[in-house]
Design a protein around this ligand. Sequence first.
Ligand code: ADP
Ligand code: MG
Length: 698
Amino acid sequence: MFDVGQLDIKYVQGVGPKRAEMLNKELNLYSLHDLLYYFPYKYVDRSRLYYIHEIDGNMPYIQLKGEILSFETVGEGRQRRLIAHFSDGTGVVDLVWFQGIKYLLQYYKVHTEYVVFGKPTVFNGRINVAHPDIDPSGEISLSTLGLHPYYNTTERMKRSGLHSQALEKLQRHALALLKEPLPETLPPYLVSEHHLLSLDEAIRNIHFPQNPELLRKAQYRLKFEELFYVQLNILRYTKDRLRKFRGLRFEHVGEIFNTFYAEYLPFQLTGAQKRVVKEIRRDVGSGRQMNRLLQGDVGSGKTLVALLSMLLALDNGYQACLMAPTEILAAQHYETITRFLEGMNIRVELLMGSVKGKKREAILRDLLTGEVRILIGTHAVLEDTVQFASLGLVIIDEQHRFGVAQRAKLWGKNTCPPHVLVMTATPIPRTLAMTVYGDLDVSVIDELPPGRKPVQTIHQFDNHRASLYAAIRRQIAEGRQIYIVYPLIQENEKMDLKNLEDGYEQVCAEFPHCKVSKVHGKMKPAEKEAEMQRFVTGETQLMVATTVIEVGVNVPNASVMVIENAERFGLSQLHQLRGRVGRGADQSYCILVTSYKLSEDTRKRLEIMVQTNDGFEIAEADLKLRGPGDLEGTQQSGIAFDLKIADIARDGQLLQYVRDVAARIVDEDPMCSKPENVLLWQQLQALRKMHVNWAVIS
Ligand code: ADP
Ligand code: MG
């Protein structure tokens, strides 16, 4: 970093100790460097002056040149305001202030020329501009009349006068402190190869663009640099890890895998499953440790891929472990896998918190001797008492519930870290995966097993219940089962529970000849399990539940998913819920029930759900609608939020581009020894020190 950049922010003209404290606390800005890297969130073109007679109430902002004819103070208490009648000779507007009246009266004079800028509103036929920017026209030169930066500020800052305009002034003072151009943070060859602005030009133009073209170039340069270093960090880290850690080598495909494949596999693998199994085989046979993310929509058949991978481990003399986020899911995996392996004489055990005493002791003992070959479980498998004879492969189902620290813990269970396969049904847009799970290789199952009919999705307003219930009745008559899901948002559990109870009673009344299950998060696990089981076995026809059924539950006979208050769910959650149906051969339906009043965003979400079943398309749309901060999977990483200027949703192409640039550099300079790259590695070191998150990627 440049030296003058380290200057304490309080020494920037116009800051001082009090404002410095405010900037520290509110925006986390401590130095001149921090300030210069606090970028505007938008720009407004102030190159044009309007005449008052041109103004209508729909303009986003106007800029006028004229003089104040007179001042007037009206109203009492909170209504008290100062009005300045302002004219440019073509008409009169009222400038209105609710605060700082004393100061304004002192500072601004009648019959002096000012440039006024703000948003006009038309009220009772008069034009108002509330809290306008107002400057003596002599102080506004042509050069400051171009694109104006707008900075985000907080309520506290605004209250003490540190609004966007004040920050703009501080940025001017900050730039004035730079006696020399800012030192470059990218090597000259990258700057010229990719036609980038110099850092100095970029920083100056990002705050005060000389013209729109330079603004675009400044943004490009800064986004390039930001994304480039994120990628360089991840790729460097991965490369170094590969060098440091050998991986277990699963040399051959042996008897267990082949026997299972030839004699026990109940169906043909899909093309996508075959491809992914091949990718995994290549990884585990390469002699380097596998770190792979397996993405596949609900029902795409990830479990089978997991099982085949585990059999590979077994064939090479290693044990395998499969970890799931809940007991229900772990138990379901255990059941599925023991059923697949029936007759093959492979010992599989299930370990969870509820497994205690003699049973637990036996499992732990036989893990150590290697007799237990596949262990399936919850977090319980992470405990220190769980020791393996030779753990070769760890599979984590539903990644986002497990943090980085837990993955690391599993590594420790063998002297040579086991291969890791992470499975998720939450499709993560490619761009996000590259950043959040940037050190993982990614496999995708993008094909459903044959014979599945795509779920048909329908949006229905909640006053059309009669036809909804009629449709459900028809499905039940055909022997199908129905889910009815209510939202559960933690802040308001009581109300949600009431919703669920009311819904349950209504359903019971509406379907008197049916049995109805009810499941929610407040029930004891055993109770919940028992109730779920009643639905799984078909004893109950309807399941009224909260989102606890979201992950994992598999009832192929269920053909309708009704989602109540669908407006309260996010896209990926709706998609997950929809994945609970359409698992059998029958046509299935997902019915999104909402009230009439919907926001624009909600309308879009529902439209997307109705239009597509493609999880990746939905994830991309979700990313665009919500931004990366809210998406599952980004929380532990933090990286996606740290970005100051790039936007993972919008800059996907650039991200891919800089990733390739970074990958070439890491390949060509594996030991960081090329002189032209010295600056890169220094910069990376500095960034790793600055960003806590950068050091902890998986
Ligand atoms: P998920 O990816 O959601 O974990 P599962 O592994 O639970 O999906 O698979 C969903 C269902 O599809 C299971 O009943 C499974 O047995 C079945 N299945 C998996 N692969 C195939 C295949 N190649 N052909 C037919 N059915 C399959
Ligand atoms: Mg699964």
